[in-house]
Design a protein around this ligand. Structure first.
Ligand SMILES: [Zn+2]
Length: 402
Protein backbone atom coordinates (compact mmCIF):
# COMPACT_ATOMS: atom_id res chain seq x y z
CA UNK A 1 0.00 0.00 0.00
CA UNK A 2 2.80 2.32 0.95
CA UNK A 3 4.58 1.96 -2.38
CA UNK A 4 1.47 2.23 -4.52
CA UNK A 5 0.86 5.61 -3.04
CA UNK A 6 4.46 6.66 -3.60
CA UNK A 7 4.08 6.06 -7.33
CA UNK A 8 1.69 8.99 -7.53
CA UNK A 9 4.55 11.40 -6.93
CA UNK A 10 4.52 13.84 -9.80
CA UNK A 11 7.81 14.09 -11.58
CA UNK A 12 7.57 15.95 -14.86
CA UNK A 13 10.15 18.16 -16.47
CA UNK A 14 7.56 20.25 -18.28
CA UNK A 15 4.23 21.56 -17.08
CA UNK A 16 1.53 22.64 -19.52
CA UNK A 17 -0.60 25.53 -18.43
CA UNK A 18 -3.31 27.37 -20.28
CA UNK A 19 -3.42 31.07 -21.04
CA UNK A 20 -7.05 32.02 -21.55
CA UNK A 21 -8.63 35.32 -22.43
CA UNK A 22 -11.43 36.93 -24.35
CA UNK A 23 -11.04 37.88 -28.01
CA UNK A 24 -12.18 41.34 -28.92
CA UNK A 25 -14.24 41.41 -32.11
CA UNK A 26 -14.75 44.58 -34.13
CA UNK A 27 -17.64 43.82 -36.45
CA UNK A 28 -20.27 41.33 -37.51
CA UNK A 29 -18.13 39.98 -40.37
CA UNK A 30 -15.70 38.67 -37.79
CA UNK A 31 -18.55 37.03 -35.86
CA UNK A 32 -19.79 35.44 -39.07
CA UNK A 33 -16.34 34.19 -40.07
CA UNK A 34 -15.76 32.56 -36.67
CA UNK A 35 -19.22 31.01 -36.53
CA UNK A 36 -18.88 29.67 -40.05
CA UNK A 37 -15.53 28.12 -39.18
CA UNK A 38 -16.87 26.59 -35.96
CA UNK A 39 -19.80 25.11 -37.88
CA UNK A 40 -17.68 23.62 -40.62
CA UNK A 41 -15.15 22.29 -38.15
CA UNK A 42 -17.89 20.50 -36.19
CA UNK A 43 -19.35 19.23 -39.46
CA UNK A 44 -15.93 17.85 -40.46
CA UNK A 45 -15.50 16.17 -37.05
CA UNK A 46 -18.93 14.55 -37.32
CA UNK A 47 -18.29 13.29 -40.85
CA UNK A 48 -14.97 11.83 -39.75
CA UNK A 49 -16.59 10.30 -36.70
CA UNK A 50 -19.10 8.53 -38.92
CA UNK A 51 -16.29 7.17 -41.12
CA UNK A 52 -14.21 6.15 -38.11
CA UNK A 53 -17.16 4.27 -36.64
CA UNK A 54 -18.08 2.60 -39.93
CA UNK A 55 -14.48 1.54 -40.66
CA UNK A 56 -13.57 1.05 -37.01
CA UNK A 57 -10.51 3.17 -37.67
CA UNK A 58 -9.18 5.27 -34.79
CA UNK A 59 -5.69 5.89 -36.08
CA UNK A 60 -5.10 9.55 -36.95
CA UNK A 61 -2.98 8.98 -40.05
CA UNK A 62 -5.34 6.37 -41.50
CA UNK A 63 -8.46 8.36 -40.71
CA UNK A 64 -6.93 11.40 -42.35
CA UNK A 65 -6.18 9.39 -45.49
CA UNK A 66 -9.78 8.17 -45.60
CA UNK A 67 -11.42 11.56 -45.17
CA UNK A 68 -9.07 14.41 -46.05
CA UNK A 69 -9.91 15.05 -49.72
CA UNK A 70 -13.66 14.67 -49.28
CA UNK A 71 -13.72 17.12 -46.40
CA UNK A 72 -11.57 19.62 -48.28
CA UNK A 73 -13.90 19.33 -51.28
CA UNK A 74 -17.17 19.92 -49.42
CA UNK A 75 -16.01 22.54 -46.87
CA UNK A 76 -13.90 25.68 -47.00
CA UNK A 77 -11.67 24.46 -44.18
CA UNK A 78 -7.92 24.83 -44.65
CA UNK A 79 -5.56 21.87 -44.66
CA UNK A 80 -4.55 22.35 -41.02
CA UNK A 81 -8.13 22.71 -39.84
CA UNK A 82 -8.82 19.28 -41.32
CA UNK A 83 -5.74 17.76 -39.68
CA UNK A 84 -6.83 19.18 -36.34
CA UNK A 85 -10.34 17.83 -36.83
CA UNK A 86 -8.89 14.34 -37.30
CA UNK A 87 -6.86 14.75 -34.14
CA UNK A 88 -9.90 15.91 -32.21
CA UNK A 89 -11.95 12.90 -33.25
CA UNK A 90 -9.19 10.43 -32.40
CA UNK A 91 -8.39 12.12 -29.06
CA UNK A 92 -12.04 12.27 -28.06
CA UNK A 93 -12.29 8.54 -28.62
CA UNK A 94 -9.14 7.72 -26.67
CA UNK A 95 -9.92 10.02 -23.74
CA UNK A 96 -13.62 9.39 -23.28
CA UNK A 97 -14.06 5.97 -24.88
CA UNK A 98 -17.35 6.85 -26.49
CA UNK A 99 -17.99 9.89 -28.67
CA UNK A 100 -21.47 11.17 -29.41
CA UNK A 101 -21.52 14.26 -31.51
CA UNK A 102 -19.35 17.33 -31.96
CA UNK A 103 -21.02 20.69 -31.48
CA UNK A 104 -20.02 23.92 -33.14
CA UNK A 105 -18.61 25.52 -30.01
CA UNK A 106 -14.85 25.23 -30.44
CA UNK A 107 -12.09 24.70 -32.93
CA UNK A 108 -8.58 23.38 -32.41
CA UNK A 109 -5.75 25.49 -33.80
CA UNK A 110 -2.09 24.83 -34.31
CA UNK A 111 1.08 26.69 -35.18
CA UNK A 112 -0.11 27.16 -38.79
CA UNK A 113 -3.56 28.47 -37.92
CA UNK A 114 -2.83 30.88 -35.11
CA UNK A 115 -0.03 33.26 -34.23
CA UNK A 116 0.49 35.58 -31.27
CA UNK A 117 2.16 38.92 -31.82
CA UNK A 118 2.31 41.98 -29.53
CA UNK A 119 -1.11 41.77 -27.96
CA UNK A 120 -2.95 40.47 -31.02
CA UNK A 121 -3.57 37.06 -32.46
CA UNK A 122 -3.86 36.02 -36.06
CA UNK A 123 -6.34 33.21 -36.54
CA UNK A 124 -6.90 31.43 -39.82
CA UNK A 125 -10.63 31.09 -40.47
CA UNK A 126 -12.43 29.67 -43.49
CA UNK A 127 -12.10 32.87 -45.53
CA UNK A 128 -8.68 34.23 -44.51
CA UNK A 129 -6.44 35.02 -41.57
CA UNK A 130 -8.09 37.50 -39.21
CA UNK A 131 -6.28 39.60 -36.61
CA UNK A 132 -7.98 40.12 -33.26
CA UNK A 133 -7.09 42.23 -30.28
CA UNK A 134 -6.29 39.95 -27.36
CA UNK A 135 -5.83 41.67 -24.02
CA UNK A 136 -3.55 39.77 -21.67
CA UNK A 137 -2.31 40.39 -18.18
CA UNK A 138 1.36 41.05 -17.63
CA UNK A 139 1.88 37.51 -16.35
CA UNK A 140 0.06 35.95 -19.30
CA UNK A 141 2.22 37.96 -21.72
CA UNK A 142 5.37 36.82 -19.98
CA UNK A 143 4.26 33.20 -20.36
CA UNK A 144 3.61 33.51 -24.09
CA UNK A 145 6.58 35.56 -25.21
CA UNK A 146 9.56 33.79 -26.66
CA UNK A 147 7.78 30.43 -26.79
CA UNK A 148 6.52 28.59 -29.78
CA UNK A 149 2.99 28.02 -28.69
CA UNK A 150 1.88 24.96 -30.52
CA UNK A 151 -1.74 24.37 -29.61
CA UNK A 152 -4.71 26.62 -29.03
CA UNK A 153 -8.47 26.39 -28.89
CA UNK A 154 -10.94 29.03 -30.00
CA UNK A 155 -14.28 28.59 -28.30
CA UNK A 156 -17.64 30.28 -28.05
CA UNK A 157 -19.26 30.53 -24.64
CA UNK A 158 -22.95 30.05 -24.10
CA UNK A 159 -23.33 33.78 -23.71
CA UNK A 160 -21.83 34.30 -27.18
CA UNK A 161 -18.34 35.49 -26.27
CA UNK A 162 -15.21 34.14 -27.90
CA UNK A 163 -12.24 32.91 -25.92
CA UNK A 164 -8.83 31.78 -27.00
CA UNK A 165 -6.96 29.22 -24.88
CA UNK A 166 -3.30 28.67 -25.62
CA UNK A 167 -1.41 25.75 -24.13
CA UNK A 168 2.00 26.89 -22.93
CA UNK A 169 4.74 24.56 -21.84
CA UNK A 170 6.66 25.84 -18.86
CA UNK A 171 9.99 24.37 -17.94
CA UNK A 172 10.03 23.19 -14.37
CA UNK A 173 12.79 24.09 -11.97
CA UNK A 174 14.98 21.37 -10.62
CA UNK A 175 15.00 22.00 -6.94
CA UNK A 176 16.69 20.37 -4.03
CA UNK A 177 14.14 19.39 -1.45
CA UNK A 178 14.88 17.75 1.85
CA UNK A 179 13.54 14.24 2.07
CA UNK A 180 12.80 14.73 5.73
CA UNK A 181 10.68 17.81 5.44
CA UNK A 182 7.08 17.82 4.32
CA UNK A 183 4.36 20.40 4.51
CA UNK A 184 1.10 18.63 5.22
CA UNK A 185 -2.02 20.09 3.62
CA UNK A 186 -5.43 19.33 5.08
CA UNK A 187 -8.14 20.36 2.66
CA UNK A 188 -11.81 21.05 2.96
CA UNK A 189 -12.69 20.26 6.52
CA UNK A 190 -13.52 23.25 8.69
CA UNK A 191 -11.10 25.56 6.94
CA UNK A 192 -10.62 25.49 3.18
CA UNK A 193 -7.03 24.51 3.83
CA UNK A 194 -4.81 24.14 6.89
CA UNK A 195 -1.10 23.38 6.68
CA UNK A 196 1.37 21.92 9.12
CA UNK A 197 3.27 25.18 9.55
CA UNK A 198 0.20 26.50 11.37
CA UNK A 199 -1.24 28.64 8.59
CA UNK A 200 -4.86 28.14 7.61
CA UNK A 201 -7.37 29.65 5.21
CA UNK A 202 -10.77 30.31 6.58
CA UNK A 203 -13.74 29.08 4.61
CA UNK A 204 -16.24 31.38 6.22
CA UNK A 205 -16.35 34.16 3.65
CA UNK A 206 -16.27 31.62 0.83
CA UNK A 207 -18.98 29.47 2.32
CA UNK A 208 -21.15 32.50 2.91
CA UNK A 209 -20.80 33.53 -0.71
CA UNK A 210 -21.45 30.01 -1.90
CA UNK A 211 -24.50 29.62 0.32
CA UNK A 212 -25.87 32.87 -0.98
CA UNK A 213 -25.51 31.68 -4.57
CA UNK A 214 -27.05 28.33 -3.64
CA UNK A 215 -30.07 30.07 -2.16
CA UNK A 216 -30.63 32.24 -5.23
CA UNK A 217 -30.18 29.20 -7.43
CA UNK A 218 -32.78 27.18 -5.55
CA UNK A 219 -35.16 30.10 -5.71
CA UNK A 220 -34.76 30.61 -9.45
CA UNK A 221 -34.83 26.92 -10.25
CA UNK A 222 -38.21 26.54 -8.66
CA UNK A 223 -39.61 29.05 -11.15
CA UNK A 224 -38.08 27.70 -14.38
CA UNK A 225 -38.33 30.73 -16.61
CA UNK A 226 -36.10 31.72 -19.50
CA UNK A 227 -34.79 34.80 -17.70
CA UNK A 228 -34.19 32.53 -14.71
CA UNK A 229 -31.96 30.30 -16.77
CA UNK A 230 -29.97 33.32 -17.93
CA UNK A 231 -29.54 34.47 -14.36
CA UNK A 232 -28.32 31.03 -13.32
CA UNK A 233 -25.69 31.06 -16.02
CA UNK A 234 -24.42 34.44 -14.92
CA UNK A 235 -24.38 33.36 -11.28
CA UNK A 236 -22.44 30.19 -11.92
CA UNK A 237 -19.84 32.15 -13.87
CA UNK A 238 -19.34 34.66 -11.08
CA UNK A 239 -19.22 32.04 -8.38
CA UNK A 240 -16.63 30.10 -10.33
CA UNK A 241 -14.51 33.19 -10.88
CA UNK A 242 -14.50 34.04 -7.19
CA UNK A 243 -13.67 30.50 -6.16
CA UNK A 244 -10.87 30.30 -8.70
CA UNK A 245 -9.35 33.51 -7.43
CA UNK A 246 -9.42 32.17 -3.87
CA UNK A 247 -7.88 28.87 -4.93
CA UNK A 248 -5.10 30.60 -6.84
CA UNK A 249 -4.16 32.60 -3.78
CA UNK A 250 -4.23 29.69 -1.36
CA UNK A 251 -2.24 27.38 -3.62
CA UNK A 252 0.31 30.08 -4.34
CA UNK A 253 0.91 30.64 -0.70
CA UNK A 254 1.14 26.91 0.16
CA UNK A 255 3.66 26.29 -2.62
CA UNK A 256 5.53 29.41 -1.48
CA UNK A 257 5.89 27.95 2.02
CA UNK A 258 7.18 24.66 0.66
CA UNK A 259 9.67 26.49 -1.54
CA UNK A 260 10.94 28.58 1.34
CA UNK A 261 11.48 25.50 3.51
CA UNK A 262 12.72 23.22 0.68
CA UNK A 263 10.04 20.78 1.75
CA UNK A 264 7.85 18.41 -0.22
CA UNK A 265 4.07 18.81 -0.14
CA UNK A 266 1.92 16.07 1.30
CA UNK A 267 -1.82 15.79 0.67
CA UNK A 268 -4.50 13.21 1.29
CA UNK A 269 -5.44 10.80 -1.45
CA UNK A 270 -8.50 12.39 -3.00
CA UNK A 271 -10.69 9.44 -3.90
CA UNK A 272 -10.39 8.21 -0.38
CA UNK A 273 -11.10 11.61 1.09
CA UNK A 274 -14.40 11.72 -0.72
CA UNK A 275 -15.29 8.29 0.54
CA UNK A 276 -14.21 8.91 4.08
CA UNK A 277 -15.94 12.25 4.29
CA UNK A 278 -19.10 10.82 2.84
CA UNK A 279 -19.04 7.68 4.91
CA UNK A 280 -20.14 9.65 7.93
CA UNK A 281 -23.64 11.02 7.86
CA UNK A 282 -23.29 14.65 6.93
CA UNK A 283 -25.82 17.29 6.21
CA UNK A 284 -26.48 18.56 2.71
CA UNK A 285 -24.69 21.81 3.23
CA UNK A 286 -21.53 20.09 4.40
CA UNK A 287 -21.54 17.75 1.44
CA UNK A 288 -21.95 20.55 -1.03
CA UNK A 289 -19.00 22.35 0.47
CA UNK A 290 -16.53 19.52 0.32
CA UNK A 291 -17.72 17.27 -2.45
CA UNK A 292 -17.36 19.54 -5.42
CA UNK A 293 -15.11 20.77 -8.15
CA UNK A 294 -13.71 23.64 -6.07
CA UNK A 295 -11.96 21.13 -3.90
CA UNK A 296 -10.42 19.38 -6.92
CA UNK A 297 -9.42 22.68 -8.39
CA UNK A 298 -7.45 23.67 -5.31
CA UNK A 299 -5.60 20.36 -5.39
CA UNK A 300 -4.85 20.74 -9.08
CA UNK A 301 -3.57 24.28 -8.56
CA UNK A 302 -1.29 23.12 -5.75
CA UNK A 303 -0.02 20.24 -7.89
CA UNK A 304 0.81 22.26 -10.97
CA UNK A 305 2.30 25.20 -9.11
CA UNK A 306 4.46 22.81 -7.09
CA UNK A 307 5.49 21.06 -10.29
CA UNK A 308 6.63 24.29 -11.93
CA UNK A 309 8.94 25.16 -9.06
CA UNK A 310 10.18 21.58 -8.77
CA UNK A 311 8.54 20.55 -5.52
CA UNK A 312 7.37 16.93 -5.30
CA UNK A 313 3.83 16.25 -4.14
CA UNK A 314 3.01 13.01 -2.37
CA UNK A 315 -0.36 11.53 -1.55
CA UNK A 316 -1.09 9.73 1.68
CA UNK A 317 -3.96 7.52 2.76
CA UNK A 318 -6.47 9.64 4.68
CA UNK A 319 -7.29 7.01 7.26
CA UNK A 320 -6.77 8.30 10.81
CA UNK A 321 -5.22 11.63 9.80
CA UNK A 322 -7.82 13.42 11.88
CA UNK A 323 -7.92 10.82 14.68
CA UNK A 324 -4.25 10.44 15.61
CA UNK A 325 -2.62 12.84 18.05
CA UNK A 326 0.21 14.41 16.07
CA UNK A 327 2.28 14.86 19.24
CA UNK A 328 2.18 11.40 20.82
CA UNK A 329 0.76 9.43 17.86
CA UNK A 330 -2.06 7.83 19.84
CA UNK A 331 -5.76 7.56 19.09
CA UNK A 332 -8.75 7.32 21.37
CA UNK A 333 -8.87 3.84 22.98
CA UNK A 334 -12.57 3.56 22.16
CA UNK A 335 -12.91 3.16 18.36
CA UNK A 336 -16.30 4.85 18.45
CA UNK A 337 -14.87 7.97 20.04
CA UNK A 338 -12.32 10.58 19.04
CA UNK A 339 -10.12 13.15 20.73
CA UNK A 340 -11.31 15.45 18.03
CA UNK A 341 -14.21 17.62 18.98
CA UNK A 342 -15.30 19.83 16.12
CA UNK A 343 -12.74 22.59 15.95
CA UNK A 344 -10.32 21.34 18.60
CA UNK A 345 -8.21 18.27 19.16
CA UNK A 346 -7.49 17.52 22.81
CA UNK A 347 -5.36 14.42 23.39
CA UNK A 348 -6.33 12.28 26.38
CA UNK A 349 -2.81 10.88 26.69
CA UNK A 350 -0.33 13.71 26.36
CA UNK A 351 -2.74 16.59 26.81
CA UNK A 352 -1.86 18.24 23.51
CA UNK A 353 -4.53 20.81 22.75
CA UNK A 354 -4.64 22.32 19.28
CA UNK A 355 -6.77 23.16 16.27
CA UNK A 356 -8.17 19.93 14.78
CA UNK A 357 -7.28 20.82 11.18
CA UNK A 358 -3.75 21.75 12.23
CA UNK A 359 -3.41 18.39 13.98
CA UNK A 360 -4.53 16.60 10.80
CA UNK A 361 -2.11 18.63 8.68
CA UNK A 362 0.77 17.61 10.98
CA UNK A 363 -0.16 13.95 10.57
CA UNK A 364 -0.37 14.32 6.80
CA UNK A 365 3.12 15.89 6.84
CA UNK A 366 4.52 13.02 8.89
CA UNK A 367 3.00 10.39 6.55
CA UNK A 368 4.34 12.31 3.58
CA UNK A 369 7.91 12.12 4.89
CA UNK A 370 7.56 8.39 5.44
CA UNK A 371 6.29 7.83 1.92
CA UNK A 372 8.92 10.03 0.38
CA UNK A 373 11.82 8.14 1.96
CA UNK A 374 11.05 4.44 1.53
CA UNK A 375 14.30 3.54 3.25
CA UNK A 376 12.83 4.80 6.52
CA UNK A 377 9.22 3.65 6.79
CA UNK A 378 9.49 3.56 10.59
CA UNK A 379 6.73 5.95 11.35
CA UNK A 380 4.10 4.09 9.42
CA UNK A 381 5.01 0.77 11.04
CA UNK A 382 5.21 2.44 14.40
CA UNK A 383 1.74 3.83 13.97
CA UNK A 384 0.01 0.72 12.75
CA UNK A 385 -0.36 -1.21 16.02
CA UNK A 386 -1.66 1.83 17.84
CA UNK A 387 -4.54 2.19 15.46
CA UNK A 388 -5.83 -1.01 16.95
CA UNK A 389 -4.44 -1.08 20.46
CA UNK A 390 -3.92 2.48 21.49
CA UNK A 391 -0.56 1.27 22.83
CA UNK A 392 2.43 3.35 23.83
CA UNK A 393 4.12 5.00 20.86
CA UNK A 394 7.46 3.69 19.64
CA UNK A 395 8.83 7.00 18.49
CA UNK A 396 8.22 10.63 17.73
CA UNK A 397 7.31 11.66 14.20
CA UNK A 398 10.48 12.17 12.23
CA UNK A 399 9.05 14.73 9.81
CA UNK A 400 8.77 18.44 9.81
CA UNK A 401 5.67 18.71 11.82
CA UNK A 402 5.78 21.90 13.70
ZN1 LIG B 1 -1.16 13.01 22.41
Amino acid sequence: MLYNVAKEVIDLAVQTITVRNKLILQNSQEHDAINKTLKQFAFACNQMLAVAKAENCWNAAKLQKLTYYDIRAITQLKANHVCNAVRRVVNAKSSTGKVKEFRATSIALDVRTFIYKDGSVGITLVDKRHWFEWKLSYEQKKLLEGKHNRFATLSRTRSGQYFLNVAVEVDCDKRYVSKNKAIGVDLGRRAIAAISTGESWDGEQLNKTRDRYAKVRANVQSRRSRSGRRLLRRLSGRERGFQQWVNHNISKSIVGSAKKDSAIISMENLTNIRQSLNAKPRNRQERRRSNNWAFYQLRLFIQYKANIVGIPVVFVPPAYTSQVCSHCLRIHPDPAKSFRNEKRFVCGYCGADCDADYNAARNIAAYGVTINSPEAPKLFCGLAPQFVLGAKPHQEPSGRVG
